[in-house]
Write a protein that binds this ligand. Structure first.
Ligand code: SF4
Ligand code: SF4
Length: 121
């Protein structure tokens, strides 16, 4: 059983500076948007952090920068069916950010509390 609830989280993990994709992930994005591999690579990825493909990001009010496919108002993924493999497997059984968030929401008696970070790098 998962010990976290992404629907109650502002999407911290989607703000990681490096969200690496593999070739298959780029192919899936290309198929999802009905464009070529080369177009998807150029439009949605950049080569950073020693990775051939990492997710491009955009501005976010909570975390500075966040995945380009994140809905910054509804706080959810807009390409859930086509999301990369790393997003499918993360975070495993437990999420440290959610543990912290839940603890602070209880401690501060504020169910909407958001633990801010700056992931602009
Ligand atoms: S940080 Fe944790 S709880 Fe929040 S969206 Fe990511 S996996 Fe889900
Ligand atoms: S593809 Fe979706 S789940 Fe993955 S980082 Fe982007 S918004 Fe988050």
């Amino acid at each position: 059983m998962a010990l976290y609830d992404c629907s109650k989280c502002p999407g911290y993990c989607c703000s990681y500076p490096s969200i690496p994709l593999n070739k298959r992930d780029v192919e899936r994005l290309a198929k999802h948007f009905g464009i070529s591999f080369a177009q998807a690579k150029k439009k949605y990825t950049s080569a950073r952090y020693g990775e051939e493909y990492t997710m491009r990001r955009k501005a976010d009010k909570y975390f500075g920068r966040i995945c380009q496919f994140f809905d910054t108002e509804k706080r959810c993924c807009t390409i859930y069916q086509a999301r990369p493999s790393i997003c499918r497997s993360y975070p495993g059984g437990r999420c440290g950010y959610y543990d912290f968030l839940s603890f602070e929401r209880r401690a501060q008696e504020d169910k909407d509390f958001v633990a801010l970070t700056d992931n602009t790098n």
